[in-house]
Write a protein that binds this ligand. Sequence first.
Ligand SMILES: [Cu+2]
Length: 145
Amino acid sequence: MKRCMFTLATAFALNLALADDYSVGSLHIDHAHARATVPGQSTGAAYISVENKGNVSDKLLSVASPVAKSAEVHSMAMDGNVMRMREVSELELKPSTRIVMQAGDGYHIMLVGLKQALKPGQKIPLSLRFEKAGKIDIEASVDSR
Ligand SMILES: [Cu+2]
C-alpha cells in the first residue's frame, strides 16, 4: 500500500513538472506564469524563463496570446529615478545562458489590450516565435495574489 501511494505521488509530481517545461530546438522554457488582473484592466504581464542549451545564439522574435490584442517583450530599467519600460524587438538568447523574466526587474511580456481578466489558477496560452528554434505554444499559469 505504501509503495502504491509513493508511485502515485511520483507520477503526480512528474506530471506537474512536465506541464511547466517545454523544449524547442536547443531552448528550454519553464516557469511560465502571468499576473492576475482585475476586470477592466487593459494590460497584463507574463513571465517565462528561457535557457539556451545550444552553442549558437537565438532570438525571441515575437509573442502572441489569444487573451490579448498584442503581446510585447519589454525591458525595465531605471531612467534617473523613474522606472521605464521599453519594447524589445528581438530578445537575444546567448548560448549557455538563461534569461529569467520576473516582476519588477529585467524583462517581461506585456499583454496589451486584454480581452478578459486573468484569474488566479487559470492557464493562458502563449505562442513564442524564435529565430532559429521556431515556434512553440506554451501555457502560463496565472499566479494567485
Ligand atoms: Cu511592460
